[in-house]
Ligand binder design. Structure first.
Ligand code: GLV
Ligand code: MG
Length: 351
């Protein structure tokens, strides 16, 4: 039963507690913990493992990856390596996540059976790849519940799904709502491109062939002059899926994330892709290289100017109702809510 909100108590804070009477509500809001960059490392790779202790505190999430990019004959080394690192490292403010193998692989059950009793107490989130529908999340949820009970783990381990199959995209709303453990969903552009038979071999980002060209001017004979110079705008291959995922996550009260950006050298295009995701509602992204952590931390934090502006609107809006003019622009109850999104994010990141 939803508590009714007294409309007279419309302080800015009230917008985050139950909204106005009759307003649609997210099912719940899981505690916000910064997760702007989820930095992937291969626990079977000693060079990467050696760097982990120095990265604690510089990144919101360290994720020991057991799935793709770990060779089949290194799967057990990776699992054991993760147990070793987790036992020997104080992660302080940095969260520890793992990406387990997919449900259609021979390793996933052993991943959970080995990891949860050994380091379940330290694991914040289990990322599940290639999720096809809510039944995959139910399966992981039940196994986690049993293993937590057996190991006496009282803090539930959360679950994060990767959206990387066509069926998963079709079921994204049901996946987001599949369990109270659901923490968030990431886009997996490489697997998703393959599964959909998209004709791109890139991992995330734009594609030069996916474009919109300005109309051609007319030539002397009245037909299109195809030799005239025209502006070309490259389009975002991932816009539709990210927007769909953001809606599903917002409706379920969980967090949406962009995923991998494969061209490590193109830090500029990486930043553009991350920023588009941030503007569309994502709270974070993956990092495949330490360079990408700095980009993600910057892009997924509101800028000083954005926070300044948002705070000005909050102050100008007084009790939060009505309309005011600020710098020639109209602000009202709705634009106040937009500003509060940024103010709240700034507060969460500063906490
Ligand atoms: C990530 O796992 C991807 O497939 O893009
Ligand atoms: Mg994948």
């Amino acid at each position: 039963v939803r508590e009714e909100t007294d409309m007279s108590l419309k302080s800015p804070k009230a917008f985050f507690a139950p909204l106005a009477v009759g307003a649609p509500q997210p099912l719940r809001e899981i505690p916000a913990r910064p997760s702007r960059a989820i930095h992937f490392f291969d626990p079977s790779n000693p060079k990467m493992v050696d760097k982990i202790p120095q990265m604690v505190g510089t990144v919101d999430v360290l994720l020991g990856n057991l799935e793709d990019a770990v060779k089949a004959d290194k799967k057990i080394d990776a699992r054991n390596g993760l147990i070793e690192i987790a036992k020997n490292t104080d992660f302080g403010p940095t969260q520890l996540w793992t990406r387990i193998n997919s449900l259609d692989s021979p390793w996933v059950l052993d991943d959970l059976n080995e990891l949860i009793p050994a380091i379940g107490q330290k694991l914040d989130v289990v990322m599940v790849p290639k999720v096809q529908g809510p039944e995959d999340i139910h399966y992981i949820d039940r196994i986690l519940a049993q293993l937590e009970a057996k190991a006496g783990i009282t803090k539930p381990i959360l679950v994060h799904a990767i959206l990387e199959t066509a069926r998963g995209v079709a079921e994204v709303e049901a996946i987001a709502l599949a369990s109270p453990r659901m923490q968030g969903i990431s886009l997996g552009p490489a697997d998703l491109a393959a599964d959909r038979k998209m004709k791109t071999t890139r991992v995330g980002g734009g594609h030069p062939g996916y474009l919109v060209r300005q109309d051609a001017p007319k030539g002397a004979d009245g037909t299109a002059d195809i030799h005239a110079a025209r502006a070309i705008f490259q389009q975002d291959l991932w816009h539709y899926t990210i927007a769909k995922m953001v809606d599903a996550c917002a409706a379920a009260g969980i967090y949406p994330y962009y995923g991998p950006f494969g061209d490590i050298t193109d830090v500029v295009a990486c930043e553009d892709q991350f920023r588009n995701a941030f503007l569309l509602g994502c709270v974070g992204t993956w990092s495949l290289h330490p360079k990408q952590i700095e980009i993600a931390n910057r892009v997924f934090s509101p800028s000083v100017e954005d926070i300044k502006h948002a705070r000005r609107v909050v102050a100008a809006m007084g009790d939060g109702t009505g309309a005011v003019m600020l710098d020639g622009k109209m602000e009202d109850d709705a634009s106040l809510k937009q500003c509060l999104v940024l103010v709240k994010l700034a507060e969460e990141l500063a906490a």
